[in-house]
Design a protein around this ligand. Structure first.
Ligand code: MG
Length: 229
């Protein structure tokens, strides 16, 4: 009998194609100062500021440029769903699995690229942009679950959905997915850009069609054996 799994996805580079990190894509489109961006990124990676403070600094730069909701939507128009993503999400949902998102991306990106898939996700953990009544960007509610804390997000989602950690799956593409790949019962490095993630993940797939994960998940649902990494 197939087990019910909690299957979580990263967004940028996994569910959404044409971006490695949406933050960088938007900074470039908005035209913020690369030196200031780098200064705050360095401050975060050197542990001088928190993730939440880093996110706020980035958003402050966008606010100073007078960014509106429509600007963000226009800048994300070129982003497309990963090939096979809709079919993969629908099939896994119809099979009775619980689907989730754990990502450092932005809510507006998921809304724009997957307008008809939001109901498929039981829980979505990512960054939420805040706009005022005139649709001007005014702030951010940052996720506590990016980078090394993605694993905490999976533990929290497993607790909330009543699924054992052994029966969790994570699919991601980059170094910020390493912690959650280590924590999940089974993990897949998809469209992978990180040797560290390749080492951490149970499987590494090739190509850019998300349907490649389906046979791996189906096999895991039947056996639910924790693979040797
Ligand atoms: Mg990613």
């Amino acid at each position: 009998m197939n087990k019910k799994l909690l299957i979580c996805f990263d967004v940028d580079g996994t569910l959404v194609d044409d971006t490695v990190f949406i933050w960088q894509t938007l900074h470039e489109a908005i035209g913020t100062d690369p030196e200031e961006r780098q200064q705050w990124a360095n401050a975060f990676w050197n542990k001088k500021i928190t993730y939440s403070e880093w996110a706020q600094k980035d958003i402050d730069m966008w606010c100073q440029k007078g960014v509106q909701r429509s600007d963000i939507i226009n800048h994300t128009k070129s982003l497309k769903p990963m090939k096979g993503a809709h079919e993969t999400l629908r099939l896994l949902y119809e099979e009775g699995h619980i689907l989730g998102v754990i990502s450092g991306s932005l809510d507006i990106v998921l809304d724009a690229v997957f307008p008809d898939c939001k109901n498929l996700f039981t829980h979505v953990y990512l960054n939420h942009l805040i706009f005022d009544d005139s649709d001007a960007l005014v702030g951010i509610r940052s996720t506590p679950y990016d980078i090394e804390h993605k694993a905490d997000g999976l533990h929290e989602m497993a607790r909330q959905t009543g699924i054992s950690m052994q029966d969790t799956v994570f699919i991601g593409d980059n170094f910020n997915d390493v912690s959650v790949a280590n924590a999940a019962g089974m993990s897949i490095a998809f469209n992978c850009k990180s040797f560290e993630l390749e080492k951490a993940a149970t499987y590494t797939t090739s190509g850019k069609d998300l349907r490649v994960v389906l046979p791996l998940i189906h096999e895991f649902a039947q056996n639910c054996v924790v693979k040797q990494r």
